[in-house]
Design a protein around this ligand. Structure first.
Ligand SMILES: NC(=O)c1ccc[n+]([C@@H]2O[C@H](COP(=O)([O-])OP(=O)(O)OC[C@H]3O[C@@H](n4cnc5c(N)ncnc54)[C@H](OP(=O)(O)O)[C@@H]3O)[C@@H](O)[C@H]2O)c1
Length: 344
């Protein structure tokens, strides 16, 4: 049973303060990546912003400069390993070094496992998992050369628990977690403990992710509540840069789901499956769409999430409360049954 983290052992934060640090962020044109750029720029960091949409990246960069940081835009598709190596080189050439790297780019395809086109499943693996692999490989030599630094992989609570209709996404996020655990071990046993590798496990976040996702369900997608603001994940990432830990949840619901999954996995799997199957869809009908899986989705609004649909989210959040309470009761019942059996 893996536990999201208490300690990191010897914690190696950035070798310099944030207002003097260079941080590369992938998936920076939207949502959590953009919010992370703003959070870092506000603290005076130099940010290197990567994603496919150059125009959106420039908008984020302008805002970062207004907030007090220097910003460099490097349009990059993270599925191209050479482009990711060039991204690292551009960052170091511009700012002299790389102190931290945030692997954040991701896409999703929503639908039943046996109905999602294989080509889309593969692309989700390429963006989410291989994009993280390429980013990590590109970053490590620069972090090592600078005497240390921090790598942050933005996974999801879906790296620990599961949700129906999200098989490709879930599989990549579980893989990212396993990858980080292994690379962290390797860094330690090869004398590179001055590089920290952290995994973030956010709950549902108010970004355009669900609008960007490919959809093969025939129905409108809505984010399963409770829904937290992207700034909360950005602040978690900032904290990890200052004080690295193996893993950090972002959002109380993620922590709760993680606990329930570890204590009573079979029950939590059932309840979360039931809950997600009911809350992931809105009333609208949707045609099959590939979203931003293969190319940046110019049509999608890039910054706003679901704030305009507060009433719907509140109703669904209440459903989460009920499901969580039901699972908690079931968990306690399962645990006391187990301990009675063990005693008997
Ligand atoms: N929203 C949630 O509920 C939630 C919850 C837990 C974890 N997360 C994680 O948070 C991260 C950010 O997601 P988000 O919610 O902010 O969604 P988002 O607004 O859709 O952002 C995704 C970002 O990834 C970029 N991207 C997609 N494909 C790319 C590619 N091939 N190369 C480079 N960049 C690419 C997108 O930009 P371009 O289209 O311009 O390339 C965009 O900047 C993801 O890792 C996601 O899994 C999200």
């Amino acid at each position: 049973m893996t536990r999201p983290d208490r300690g990191y052992g010897r914690r190696m934060p950035l070798t310099r303060s944030l207002d003097d640090a260079t941080v590369v962020i992938t998936g920076a044109s939207s949502g959590i990546g953009a919010a992370t750029g703003y959070a870092l720029a506000r603290r005076g960091a130099d940010v290197v912003l990567a994603a496919r949409s150059e125009e959106a990246l420039h908008r984020v960069a302008d805002r970062c400069r207004e907030l007090g940081g220097r910003a460099l835009v490097v349009p990059t598709d993270v599925t191209d390993p050479e482009a990711v190596v060039r991204l690292a080189a551009r960052a170091a050439a511009e700012f002299g070094r790389i102190d931290a790297w945030v692997n954040n780019a991701a896409v999703g395809t929503v639908g039943l496992f046996d109905e999602i086109p294989v080509i889309e499943f593969r692309r989700v693996v390429e963006v989410n998992l291989l994009g993280t692999v390429y980013g990590t490989r590109a970053a490590l030599p620069w972090l090592d050369a600078g005497g240390g630094g921090v790598l942050v992989n933005n996974a999801s609570v879906l790296a620990e628990v599961a949700m129906p209709y999200q098989s490709a996404y879930n599989a990549t996020k579980h893989a990212i977690r396993g990858l980080a655990d292994t690379v962290r071990q390797e860094l330690r046993v090869t004398g590179r403990g001055h590089i920290s590798l952290c995994t973030v496990l956010p709950a549902t976040i108010d970004t355009p992710f669900f609008r960007h996702a490919a959809n093969h369900t025939g129905r409108e997608l809505t984010p399963p509540p409770p829904v937290y603001p992207p700034e909360m994940v950005a602040e978690t990432i900032v904290r990890l840069l200052r004080r690295p830990r193996r893993e950090a949840y972002a959002g109380g619901a993620a922590r709760l789901m993680g606990i329930q999954w570890r204590l009573a996995p079979a029950l939590a799997e059932r309840v979360l499956g039931w809950y997600a199957a009911r809350t992931q869809f809105g009333p609208g009908v949707r045609l099959d769409a590939t979203g931003n899986v293969f190319r940046a989705d110019a049509a999608a609004e890039r910054t706003d999430g679901w704030q305009g649909r507060r009433a719907q989210l509140i109703r669904l959040t209440a459903a989460f409360g009920l499901a969580a309470a039901g699972t908690a009761v079931g968990t306690v019942a399962a645990m006391s049954r187990r301990s009675r059996t063990e005693r008997g």
